[in-house]
Design a protein around this ligand. Structure first.
Ligand code: AMP
Ligand code: FE
Ligand code: FE
Ligand code: ZN
Length: 291
């Protein structure tokens, strides 16, 4: 049975702060949302809920509603697949254990990548730490920022297209469970799972119907179709799949502050979809501004 609907309005359902690989603090992110008149945002740092408290504390002053979430890392073979988990219980033991394992592997993997790059370029682990907030979920963006600081790349995006590109031979994947495990963990933690940027690798990499069916059986709520990185040719196919499987369609910017060209609020999820998503959340509550 669903709870009574909460009026939140439209929302940008995918953003990052310095708790992972964004460049703004959770409170700054909330202030940015207020500045552009966005009614609600979801904070979805990679494999972490550590930014929730600071973002929640900024709700009264900004008047922006917070939907707490995370972007959970999964992997299908060598392909990384992200599953957004909204309103999960941040203390759920299975989810905590798995996110800790992923973060640990992200760390050893980043160290290995930096060692490899360090053979060809002036770059140390301290350079990366200088770009990383205490306790943040580390990722290639922090290495990219260190490469920029050292003058080896003009921007974070250029570093991704160059030294950090898989074909350059320095990068390697980190541990992550498969997407089905991710969807199950999020639901078991009372959360609402949405497949992030499912068309970012183009139409030929869109999840096949048989695999999607398993995710839907495990409780997948929706597909993040309105995302700046989904390739245009993949979107009609994703809309067909959403209709076929009765999935909701979400829209989000995947804002990373100044670390990525994505603009906060550039893609949004309509209020009715937000209301249905919130009605399914069991592990945490949205944080609403005082009436
Ligand atoms: P990783 O988590 O180490 O696999 O690194 C991939 C992450 O880098 C994804 O979450 C991207 O959203 C993020 N990212 C941040 N800034 C950029 C950028 N400028 N170009 C590409 N990816 C980026
Ligand atoms: Fe990211
Ligand atoms: Fe992602
Ligand atoms: Zn993201």
């Amino acid at each position: 049975m669903s709870r009574a609907p909460v009026a939140i309005g439209e929302a940008d359902l995918h953003t990052h702060s310095v708790v992972s690989d964004g460049t703004e603090s959770p409170a700054e992110l909330m202030r940015q949302a207020a500045a552009i008149g966005l009614p609600a945002v979801a904070l979805t740092d990679h494999d972490s809920t550590s930014g929730w408290a600071e973002a929640a504390a900024a709700v009264p002053e900004t008047g922006v509603a917070l939907i707490p979430g995370m972007e959970f890392s999964t992997r299908e073979g060598f392909t990384s697949v992200h599953v957004l988990g909204y309103l999960v219980d941040p203390l759920d033991e299975a989810l905590l254990a798995e996110t800790a394992r992923i973060r640990e592997s992200r760390l050893t993997r980043a160290e290995a990548i930096v060692r490899r790059i360090g053979r060809d370029y002036e770059l140390s682990w301290d350079d990366v730490l200088a770009q990383t907030a205490e306790g943040a979920t580390i990722g290639r963006p922090h290495i990219a920022d260190a490469l920029v600081a050292r003058g080896h790349a003009p921007t974070r995006s250029a570093a991704f297209d160059g030294i950090l590109h898989p074909r350059s031979g320095y990068s390697q994947p980190h541990y992550a469970p498969d997407p089905l495990t991710g969807v199950r963990l999020i639901r078991a933690a009372g959360g609402v799972p949405v497949l992030a940027h499912p068309g970012a690798r183009g139409i030929e990499h869109v999840v096949p119907p048989a695999r999607l069916a398993k995710l839907v059986d495990a409780g997948l709520f929706g597909l993040e179709i309105e995302h700046p990185e989904n390739r245009p040719e993949a979107k009609p196919r994703l809309r067909e799949l959403a209709a076929e499987f009765g999935l909701e369609i979400t829209g989000s910017s995947d804002y990373h502050g100044s670390g990525k060209p994505n603009r906060l609020g550039e893609c949004r999820t309509p209020a009715d979809v937000v209301a249905r998503l919130v009605a399914e959340g069991r592990g945490a509550q949205p944080v609403l501004p005082p009436a």
